[in-house]
Design a binder for this molecule. Structure first.
Ligand code: MIC
Ligand code: SF4
Length: 643
C-alpha cells in the first residue's frame, strides 16, 4: 500500500511509536520557530532545561506580534529574546522584518523537513511541502533541546482540486469553502493533503494561504506536494538548492476524499464570530462596512499585495471606511516600493502599517463601537479585534478592496476586469534583518538580558489520587484560547508575567472568574466540545494553572490546547456521555477519586457532591503523558527524567 506525502515525511522522521491513526508517535524536528508573544516563555523554558545550544538544523526567533511599544515591557522582552537567541544558536528576525510564517516561507522553509512553531499557524509551511505543526512553547523548547515532538498519529484527508480559479476568486475562498464544508471541528485528528490537477495553478503563497487556514479546521496540519511551482518559488528566493520534489504515492490511501471544483467557486465570507460561518459574499451584498484590514499571515504575500495595489490604482477609499494594509514581510514591502505599487496603495488613502501581525492580534486598529470590519485574516473570534461588539468578517484581499472602495460588502466580480498582475521571477533578497547567532566560542560571553517584566513560572501540582474542587466556570462549545487568555495590545506585553495576565483569564466569558478562581484556591473548569480551539498559546493553560485550575472536563478538546494542559500538569478529561455536561452546574463541588489508577485504565469516576450524582469521565493518556501529569507538568517531568 502506498503512502501519503505526510506519511512519508512522518516515516522519515519517526522516533517512536507506530504509524497507526490514534496512537502516539514522536518525530525528529528539523526546524523550530517562535514569535515574541509565545517566545519569551518558550526561551525561559528552554533555559530551564539547561541545554547550551539548540540541536535543530535551524531555529528562528521572530518578533512580529508585540510591536507596539507603549511601555518598557515589549522592548525588554525583545531584548531578552535577541540575547537568548544569540547565546543558544538561534537566528533572530528583527522587529519590522515581517510575520514569522511569511518570512519563514521566504527564507527558511524546506520541502520534506519537519517544523514546529509556538504559533498555531505554523502549518503555513505546508505550502512549501514541509510537515509543519503549531505547538505549545514547552514542546518547542524540548525540540530545540533535541527532544522529539509527540503527536497522535492523524488520519488523512485528501482535498482534490479540479478546474481553475476564476478572476476575483482566490485561495482564501478555497480556505473559506473548506471551512464551510468541514467546520472548525472537521479537521480534528486529520492531516489535510491538497492535490489534484487544480494545484498546478496555485503559487506557493496561495498554497500557504490554504495550509495556514487549515488551523481553523482544527487539523493537525495541512500540506501540498513539492513540485515545479515550489521549485520556481525557491528559485525566486535564491534557494533552488533547497528544492526536493515530493508527492504522495499514486496508490496512497486516504480516510476521506473531498472534491472541490475551483471553476465553480464564488467569493466567500466568514461571518462573526467564527471562521466557519461561511456564506457567499453576494448574499451579504450592501452591508455597510466601517473598516477593512488587509494583511496577516494568511494574506500578506507579494502576490496578494500586488493584486490589492492594482485594484486600488487610480481609485480612492470610500470616506466611511478606514483601510489598513500590512505587508507580510520587508521583502514584500520593499518589492512593492521598487515597482511603484506602494505609491498606488498610498494614493488610494490606505494606511500602510508595519510588516507585523498588527490588527490581527488586536495590536492597534480596533474597530469602532459595533463596527463592521472586513479582514483578510484567519480568525474572527469575539473580542479578538479589541472591540467587544465589533462584527468581524473574514474575506479575500479582492473582496476586501471591493468593500474599501464601495463602503459596503460587495462581490468583487462586480469591480469589472481584474487588472493583469505580473509576478517577478526573482525576489529581492536581503537578510540583513536576520541576525545569526554567536559562534560556539563567542556564545560563552553573551549575556542574557532580562527585564523586570519577566516573572516566575507558575507553581505546578503533581497529580493526586483524589481531587475535590468546585466548578469555577462552566462554558459552552468551541471555546477558543482567545476566550481563555485574551490577547490584544493591553494584555500581550505581559506574556512573561503570568500573575498580571491572570486578571484577564476568561474575561470575555465572565469577568469575575479570575477573582473567584483565586479565592477557591483550587478549582475545575467545565467546557463543551472543541474546548481550546485556536491559538497555540500555552498561557491558556499556564494562567489557569496559576489560578488553581486543576482539571478541565469537556466534551472534547482541541489538539494543541490539550497538549498544553498536560504540559502544565492540568488534568484534561472528557465526558463518557456528553449529555452529562448538562447535569453539572457552575458552583457544584466535584470529587474525582482513583485518579492515579484511572489515568491508566482510561476511566475516572466523578461524584458531583452538590447534586448527589456520579458521572463517568474518560481519558486516553499515554505512559509519557501519565508521567508528565504525575510529575506536575513537562518541566518537572523533564527534570525528573534527566536525574
Ligand atoms: C494568534 O493568531 O492567535 C496568535 C497570536 O498568533 C497565537 C499565538 C499567541 O497567542 O501568541 C497562535 O495562533 O498560536
Ligand atoms: Fe500573527 Fe495573526 Fe498570523 Fe497569529 S494569525 S501569527 S496574530 S498574523
Amino acid at each position: 500500500m502506498g503512502l501519503t506525502l505526510a506519511q512519508k515525511i512522518i516515516k522519515e522522521h519517526l522516533v517512536s511509536g507506530e504509524m497507526i491513526p490514534g496512537s502516539e508517535i514522536s518525530l525528529r524536528i528539523d526546524q523550530t520557530l517562535t514569535q515574541d508573544a509565545t517566545g519569551t516563555m518558550a526561551y525561559l523554558e528552554f533555559e530551564a532545561m539547561g541545554v547550551d545550544r539548540v540541536k535543530t538544523e535551524r531555529s528562528v526567533a521572530y518578533i512580529d506580534h508585540n510591536t507596539l511599544q507603549s511601555g518598557f515591557e515589549n522592548a525588554d522582552d525583545h531584548r531578552y529574546i535577541q540575547s537568548v537567541a544569540k547565546k543558544h544558536g538561534i537566528y533572530f528576525s528583527r522587529p519590522g522584518n515581517g510575520i514569522c510564517h511569511q518570512v519563514h516561507l521566504e527564507r527558511f522553509g524546506i520541502p520534506g523537513k519537519t517544523l514546529i512553531g509556538s504559533d498555531s499557524h505554523t502549518p503555513t509551511g505546508g505550502g512549501i511541502g514541509m510537515l509543519a505543526f503549531g505547538a505549545g512553547g514547552m514542546d518547542v523548547a524540548v525540540a530545540m533541546g533535541g527532544g522529539a515532538y509527540f503527536i497522535t498519529m492523524p488520519k488523512m484527508i485528501k482535498v482534490n482540486l479540479t478546474g481553475k480559479l476564476r478572476p476575483f476568486v482566490t485561495a482564501k475562498d478555497v480556505s473559506l469553502e473548506i471551512l464551510r464544508i468541514l467546520s472548525v471541528k472537521g479537521g480534528v485528528g486529520y492531516i489535510i493533503e491538497w492535490g489534484g490537477e487544480g494545484i498546478a495553478d496555485l503559487s506557493v503563497p496561495e498554497r500557504a494561504t490554504i495550509t495556514n487556514m487549515g488551523t481553523e479546521l482544527g487539523a493537525t496540519t495541512s500540506i501540498f506536494p513539492s513540485d515545479e511551482v515550489t521549485k520556481a518559488f525557491l528559485k525566486a528566493e535564491g534557494r533552488e538548492a533547497d528544492y526536493r520534489p515530493l508527492a504522495s504515492d499514486p496508490d496512497a490511501v486516504y480516510d476521506r476524499v473531498i472534491e472541490i471544483n475551483l471553476s465553480e467557486l464564488k467569493p466567500m465570507i466568514a461571518c462573526p464570530h467564527s471562521p466557519d460561518k461561511v456564506v457567499t459574499v453576494e448574499s451579504l451584498r450592501g452591508t455597510k462596512v466601517d473598516q477593512v484590514c488587509i494583511g496577516s499571515c494568511t494574506n500578506s504575500s507579494l502576490w496578494d499585495m500586488l493584486k490589492v495595489a492594482a485594484l486600488l490604482k487610480g481609485k480612492t477609499v470610500d470616506p466611511g471606511v478606514s483601510l489598513s494594509i500590512s505587508p507580510g514581510s520587508r521583502q514584500v514591502l520593499s518589492m512593492l516600493a521598487d515597482c511603484g505599487a506602494l505609491s498606488d496603495i498610498l494614493a488610494s488613502g490606505a494606511r500602510v502599517l508595519e510588516c507585523a501581525c498588527g490588527p490581527c492580534i488586536g495590536m492597534g486598529f480596533s474597530p469602532n463601537s459595533a463596527g463592521v470590519s472586513l479582514r483578510t485574516f484567519n480568525r474572527n473570534f469575539e473580542g479578538r479585534s479589541g472591540t467587544k461588539d465589533a462584527k468581524v468578517y473574514l474575506v479575500s484581499p479582492e473582496t476586501a478592496v471591493a468593500a474599501a472602495l464601495t463602503g459596503e460588502i460587495t462581490d468583487p466580480t462586480l469591480l469589472g476586469t481584474m487588472p493583469a498582475v505580473a509576478m517577478p521571477r526573482s525576489f529581492r533578497v536581503d537578510d540583513s534583518a536576520i541576525l545569526p547567532p554567536a559562534s560556539l566560542e563567542d556564545a560563552k560571553n553573551v549575556e542574557v538580558l532580562r527585564g523586570p517584566n519577566i516573572k516566575e513560572f507558575p507553581k505546578s501540582y503533581p497529580q493526586t489520587d483524589v481531587l475535590t474542587a468546585q466548578v469555577a466556570l462552566k462554558v459552552g462549545d468551541n471555546i477558543t484560547t482567545d476566550h481563555i487568555m485574551p490577547a490584544g495590545a493591553k494584555i500581550l506585553p505581559y506574556r512573561s508575567n503570568i500573575p498580571y495576565l491572570s486578571q484577564f483569564c476568561f474575561a470575555v466569558c465572565d469577568e469575575s472568574f479570575s477573582k473567584r478562581a483565586k479565592e477557591l484556591g483550587q478549582s475545575i473548569v467545565v467546557g463543551g466540545s472543541n474546548y481550546g480551539q485556536g491559538s497555540s498559546r500555552e498561557h491558556a493553560a499556564l494562567v489557569p494553572l496559576y489560578l488553581g485550575v486543576r482539571a478541565v472536563i469537556a466534551k472534547s478538546f482541541a489538539r494543541i490546547h490539550v497538549a498544553n494542559l498536560i504540559n502544565a500538569g492540568i488534568l484534561p478529561l472528557t465526558f463518557a456521555n456528553p449529555d452529562d455536561y448538562d447535569r453539572i452546574e457552575q458552583g457544584d463541588t466535584l470529587k474525582l477519586s482513583g485518579v492515579l489508577e484511572g489515568m491508566k485504565t482510561g476511566e475516572i469516576t466523578l461524584a458531583d457532591e452538590s447534586k448527589g450524582i456520579s458521572i463517568r469521565l474518560l481519558c486516553a493518556f499515554t505512559e509519557r503523558q501519565i508521567g508528565i501529569l504525575k510529575a506536575g507538568g513537562l518541566l518537572a517531568y523533564t527534570k525528573e527524567q534527566s536525574k
